[in-house]
Design a protein around this ligand. Structure first.
Ligand code: 5AD
Length: 352
C-alpha cells in the first residue's frame, strides 16, 4: 500500500516517463477495483445562498453583488425527473450553507423524489446539525459530500473563518455522517494558497484514514471579490507552495485511486475549467470513474459562481450525448443503476 512519503514523492515528480507510469498504475488499479463503468451523477445546484465567509469561494456571504436564488421544490423535482430521463442513477443536491433552508423543507423534497423516481440522492449542503442529517437520511438520502478542504488545522482556520468566531470541525461532522450510515464523500482543493506538498500528501493519506467512499478534489481557482482571489500570497506556506494546475490535479486523482482503490472518484468540473472538456477524458484515464454533469437550469447555473468561467456554464443540449460518446471512445461503459461505491458496500458488509 502506498504511504505518505511515496505520495509526497509522486506529487513532486516531473519526469514524463515516470508520470506515465503513475497514470497507468492508477488506471490498472481503477480497472481491478471499480471496473470499466463510468457513473454519471446529475449535479443540481439548487441554492447559492450562503452564510459562510470562506476566503476562496465566490458564494461567500460578503459577496453582495451576486444575485441569490433558491429553486422551488417543483423546479427541483422537474430537474430530478430530467436526470432520470438522461439515464443518470443519482442526483447530487448541492448548495451553499443556506441556513434559511429548513431541514424539513429539504426532507420533503427528498421524500417526493424517493417516492416518484428510481434515483440515489446525494446531498452536499454544508455543515448542518446531526438532527438534520438524520432527518434527511430517514427521508431517503443515502450519500453525503463534505470536503474537508485541507487537513492543516491552521490553514483551515485561516480560510474558513467560523461564524461568531466559533471553530467548526468538519472531521467531527464526517464521523457523524458515517455513524448515520451515509455513503461518505469528501475531498480537498489542490493548490489552495498556503498548501505545501507535505500538507497535500497528508490530505491524501487522510482520505484512507477516513475510509472515504467518494473522493472529489479539484484545483483552487482564484475568484474575484474573495480574499484569496485578490491576494493569492495571503497565506505563504512554510515550505514550497503546491501549484493549482491541471497536472497536480491529475496527480491527486491518480494517487487517490492508489490509496483508496475501491472509492468512487470523479473527474471534477474545476479540472475541466482549467484544462478544457478533454479533462474529463484525462481524468477517466488516470484513476477516475465518475463524472458529475451539471443539470442546473442555465439561468441559475451562471449564478452558482463558486469560481469564474466554471466549465459547463454554457453547455448546450448536445452535451450529454457528447459525454456518453466520449466515455465509449475511451473504452469504458456508462454505469447503470445507482452506482454505489464498492468501498461503502464493503464497509456495510463489515458492519453486519
Ligand atoms: N476554486 C476551486 N474550488 C472551489 N470550491 C469553492 N471555491 C473554489 C474555488 N475558488 C470548492 C470547494 C467546495 C466545493 C463545492 O467547491 O472545495 O467544497
Amino acid at each position: 500500500m502506498i504511504n505518505q512519503s511515496d505520495i509526497y514523492n509522486w506529487l513532486g515528480e516531473t519526469d514524463p516517463d515516470r508520470l506515465t507510469e503513475l497514470w497507468e498504475l492508477a488506471d490498472d488499479v481503477r480497472g481491478e477495483n471499480v471496473g470499466d463503468e463510468v457513473h454519471l451523477r446529475g449535479l443540481l445546484e439548487f441554492s447559492n445562498r450562503c452564510v459562510r465567509p470562506c476566503a476562496y469561494c465566490g458564494l461567500r456571504a460578503e459577496n453582495r453583488d451576486l444575485q441569490r436564488y433558491r429553486m422551488t421544490p417543483d423546479e427541483i423535482l422537474a430537474c430530478a425527473r430530467k436526470a432520470t430521463e438522461l439515464g443518470y442513477g443519482t442526483v447530487v443536491f448541492q448548495s451553499g450553507q443556506d441556513q434559511a433552508m429548513t431541514g424539513q423543507w429539504l426532507a420533503e423534497i427528498i421524500e417526493r423524489i424517493t417516492e416518484q423516481l428510481p434515483l440515489a440522492i446525494t446531498l452536499s449542503v454544508g455543515e448542518r446539525t446531526a438532527e438534520e442529517f438524520a432527518l434527511w437520511r430517514r427521508a431517503g438520502a443515502g450519500r453525503y459530500l463534505l470536503r474537508f478542504e485541507t487537513s492543516d488545522p491552521a490553514l483551515y482556520d485561516l480560510t474558513h473563518p467560523g461564524l461568531d468566531g466559533g471553530r467548526l470541525n468538519r472531521f467531527t461532522i464526517l464521523h457523524t455522517l458515517r455513524r448515520l450510515g451515509y455513503e461518505l464523500g469528501s475531498g480537498v482543493m489542490v493548490g489552495i494558497p498556503g498548501q505545501s506538498f507535505r500538507t497535500l500528501a497528508r490530505d491524501i493519506e487522510m482520505f484512507a484514514k477516513l475510509d472515504l467512499d467518494m473522493i472529489g478534489s479539484g484545483p483552487f481557482i482564484p475568484t474575484p471579490n474573495t480574499p484569496l482571489g485578490e491576494n493569492s500570497d495571503a497565506f505563504p506556506p512554510a515550505e514550497r507552495q503546491v501549484p493549482n494546475d491541471e497536472l497536480m490535479s491529475y496527480k491527486v486523482i491518480a494517487l487517490t485511486r492508489l490509496i483508496c482503490p475501491q472509492a468512487n472518484i470523479p473527474t471534477t468540473t474545476a479540472v475541466a475549467t482549467l484544462d478544457g472538456p478533454e479533462a474529463y477524458e484525462l481524468g477517466l484515464r488516470r484513476g477516475a470513474n465518475v463524472i458529475m454533469p451539471n443539470i442546473t437550469p442555465p439561468e441559475y447555473r451562471r449564478l452558482y459562481a463558486i469560481y469564474p468561467d466554471k466549465a459547463g456554464v454554457n453547455q448546450d443540449d448536445d452535451y450529454h450525448e457528447r459525454l456518453k460518446k466520449m466515455i465509449t471512445a475511451v473504452g469504458r461503459r456508462i454505469g447503470v443503476g445507482r452506482g454505489d461505491s464498492p468501498n461503502y458496500r464493503r464497509v456495510s458488509k463489515c458492519a453486519l
